[in-house]
Each structure stands twice: as structure tokens, then as C-alpha cells.
Design a protein around this ligand. Structure first.
Ligand SMILES: Nc1ncnc2c1ncn2[C@@H]1O[C@H](COP(=O)(O)OP(=O)(O)OP(=O)(O)O)[C@@H](O)[C@H]1O
Length: 176
């Protein structure tokens, strides 16, 4: 697997987003360089998830410009992966298959390496339902890593975890 810090330059200029009458983001400007680790903080409902969805190409801006490595983001960007608050695993697929489904080459070995990176190599043959909440989120992280992303967007993926597991996962993500 590549290191995520191979990264992506992001340039956000005068970005705005409305949902009908509701103006959620207004005139956002942000430059993010390859390898940077950025946290976006704000009160509930201020538009953090919307900004991440725009960066991932899952939403279209109402105005403004968004560029990834100098190219306008138009639709979902294959080099980007998003981790959501919930793990979003497929319950009818074993752990390794959940990871493999998104891996860059669909090889079992790549999926297994990603599981080892999140210290879950020994759970590869388990069903998602027998894992703890933190373990499920680690599988979700492995699935994102196996896709060899240049940009990893974390939309409060640790919010539902207990404090100790959250600290462990924060450290793991920082190392990766
Ligand atoms: N698809 C949508 N259609 C209409 N309104 C939406 C849509 N998605 C988000 N919104 C509205 O946009 C605003 C920002 O939502 P968003 O989820 O981006 O906030 P947030 O900062 O991530 O909140 P939280 O911290 O609570 O997760 C909210 O008022 C929300 O209701």
C-alpha cells in the first residue's frame, strides 16, 4: 500500500452550497497541501459534512471552485475515500471480503495487508456482526486504505466509540 501522505493538493475557492432556500456554506476558501492533516471544527449543523461531501465529489457546489491536484472536482473522485460515523460494512460479507470489495487490485493479499495495518489480521474470516464497534470502524478504515487513496476524509468516524477506543484509533490513524 502507498502511504496516504503521497497526498493531494486541494484548492477551494469561493465555495458555496445551498439546499433550496437553506444556505449552508458561504464563500469558503481553503488551500490544503499534500501530506497535510487538517481538522475542521464547528458546531452541529454548520456544514462540516457538506464540505467533506463536496470535496469527495458526492455533492455539487452551488458556486465556486474546487480543485484536486489542479483538476476541477467533477463527480466522485476515485482517489478519495470517506470514513463515515457508522462503519457501513456489508453484513452478508466476511471481513476480508468487505475490505477486498474496494481494494485497488481486488487481491486478497492487499485486503489482508490493510487489515494487518489496522491490527485486525486475525479477524479476516469473521462476520461483521461479531466485531465490536471499534473493530468494525477499523475494518472500515482498512477498506479505505486498501483502495490506496490519496485523500482520506474522516467524517467523525470515531464519534460513536468509547473514549479509550477513540484514543487508540486516533493514534492508529495518525501513525498511518
Ligand atoms: N441533502 C440535504 N438536503 C437539505 N439540507 C441538507 C442536506 N444535507 C445537509 N443539509 C443541511 O445542511 C446543514 C449542514 O449539515 P451538515 O451535515 O453538513 O452539518 P455538520 O456540521 O456536519 O453537522 P453535525 O456536526 O451535526 O454532523 C444542516 O442544516 C442540514 O440540515
Amino acid at each position: 500500500m502507498k502511504n496516504i501522505s503521497n497526498g493531494m493538493n486541494l484548492s477551494i475557492q469561493n465555495l458555496s452550497k445551498r439546499f433550496g432556500e437553506v444556505a449552508v456554506l458561504h464563500d469558503i476558501n481553503l488551500e490544503i497541501q499534500k501530506g497535510e492533516f487538517i481538522a475542521i471544527v464547528g458546531k452541529s449543523g454548520c456544514g462540516k459534512s457538506t464540505l467533506l461531501r463536496l470535496i469527495a465529489g458526492l455533492e455539487q457546489p452551488s458556486a465556486g471552485n474546487l480543485q484536486a491536484n489542479g483538476k476541477e472536482v467533477k463527480g466522485y473522485n476515485e482517489q478519495t475515500r470517506v470514513l463515515f460515523q457508522e462503519p457501513r460494512l456489508l453484513p452478508w460479507k466476511k471481513v476480508i471480503e468487505n475490505v477486498r470489495i474496494c481494494s485497488v487490485d481486488k487481491e486478497e493479499e492487499t485486503a489482508f495487508e490493510a487489515l494487518q495495518a489496522v491490527k485486525l489480521g486475525d479477524k479476516h474470516n469473521k462476520w461483521p456482526r461479531v466485531l465490536s464497534g471499534g473493530q468494525k470502524q477499523r475494518v472500515s478504515l482498512a477498506r479505505a486504505l486498501a483502495a490506496d487513496p490519496n485523500l482520506l476524509l474522516l467524517d467523525e468516524p470515531l464519534g460513536a466509540l468509547d473514549a479509550l477506543t477513540r484514543i487508540e484509533m486516533q493514534n492508529l490513524i495518525e501513525q498511518l
